[in-house]
Design a protein around this ligand. Structure first.
Ligand code: F6P
Ligand code: MN
Length: 336
């Protein structure tokens, strides 16, 4: 038994071992870089209040949302961290209208990466949890320059996806299409250690998470779904309500404890708020590989082919039985 390492498996070693089993070290390189970006963002978040980096930049992003200084910083961190990595041909981000192709690698780089660099940034001003979400695809033709088509994909084509959660501890959770594994950052040595191997979402219990203040914006069926969970009339019975308002934090709780996260479509905004490519699809892959499911209300999120970079989707995400129940209530025949 090691005397000084309570969790002896280092993330980079783990990625390498898993990568050599797959016969490629390239994904391990990318995952290591994501964890580097994550450590840098965790540090920026930790220090922001002391360095005057909380608050807004004054800009509005492509989504029409106010950009926080830390949104912009986190996006720059990702762009810099991947600048020197020939295996990644380009990035797409919530914070950038267009894809960012590294020009010097125009015809090189097998992969593209999409990310939400600082998810839930509305929580920053209250010292609440925030996160990063990432999604990796193999390019359609690595001999050609990367184009938008390399990014507009179906979630089921992802080769890896995951997130970082900047909470009391910083966590890194990912899958390469096999099991879902979680790591915790040991700040004192600047390394991630495997703390949550082979995560499985509990099939019963847990919580339901939704912004219930939006009830007036939903149609009657959506109201009925949320009411059913609130009143505990579901297959899985009664459970508590929790809503952090940061997708990564709400999803992580759901992954660990079970239940469902919902961001439904609204009458005036049928696609809802969340973005398919760098919010819903990566978390859908994690959910599926952990035994759960993600739906837009009628289709599996992983089956939806993207047609635009920032397209939105309704999202029902979590334990398989809960998501199935939401779908059933949305589509059930009515006696009328
Ligand atoms: O990125 C969008 C986001 O910040 C998510 O992290 C979060 O779950 C959601 O918006 C919260 O939206 P609302 O404030 O409308 O509940
Ligand atoms: Mn987000």
């Amino acid at each position: 038994m090691a005397k000084y390492l309570s969790h002896p498996t280092l993330a980079d070693q783990f990625f390498r071992d898993q990568g050599s089993a797959r016969g490629s070290g390239e994904l391990s390189t990318i995952l290591n870089r994501v964890t580097l970006a994550g450590r840098m963002i965790a540090n920026a978040v930790l220090r922001a209040g002391l360095e005057g980096k909380l608050g807004r930049t004054g800009d509005v992003n492509v989504q029409g949302e106010e950009v926080k200084k830390l949104d912009a910083i986190s996006n720059e961190i990702f762009e810099e961290v991947f600048d020197g990595i020939p295996v990644v041909a380009g990035l797409a981000s919530e914070e950038r209208e267009e894809v960012h192709v590294y020009a010097r690698d125009a015809t090189r780089g097998k992969y593209v990466l999409l990310h939400d660099p600082l998810d839930g940034s509305g929580n920053l001003d209250v010292n609440g949890s925030v996160g990063t979400i990432f999604s990796i695809y193999r390019r359609l033709d690595p001999e050609q320059p990367a184009t938008l088509a390399d990014f507009l994909r179906r979630g089921s084509e992802q080769v890896a996806a995951g997130y970082l959660l900047y909470g009391p501890a910083t966590l890194f959770v990912y899958t390469c299409g096999g099991p879902v594994h979680g790591f915790t950052l040991d700040r004192s040595v600047g390394a991630f250690f495997l703390t949550h191997p082979q995560i499985q979402i509990p099939s019963g219990g847990g919580t339901y998470a939704v912004n219930e203040a939006n009830e007036r914006l939903w149609d009657e069926r959506t109201r009925a779904v949320v009411r059913t969970f609130r009143e505990g009339r579901t297959v899985c019975g009664r459970r508590g309500a929790r809503y952090v308002g940061a997708l990564v934090a709400d999803f992580h709780r759901t992954l660990m404890q079970g239940g469902i996260y919902m961001y439904p479509g609204e009458v005036e905004r049928p696609a809802g708020k969340l973005r398919l490519l760098y919010e819903a699809a990566p978390l859908a892959l994690i959910a599926r590989q952990a035994g759960g499911h993600a739906s837009d209300g009628s289709r599996a999120i992983l089956d939806v082919a993207a047609t635009s970079l920032h397209q939105r989707t309704p999202l029902f995400l979590g334990a398989r039985a809960d998501v199935a129940e939401a779908e059933r209530l949305l589509w059930a025949e009515r006696p009328d």
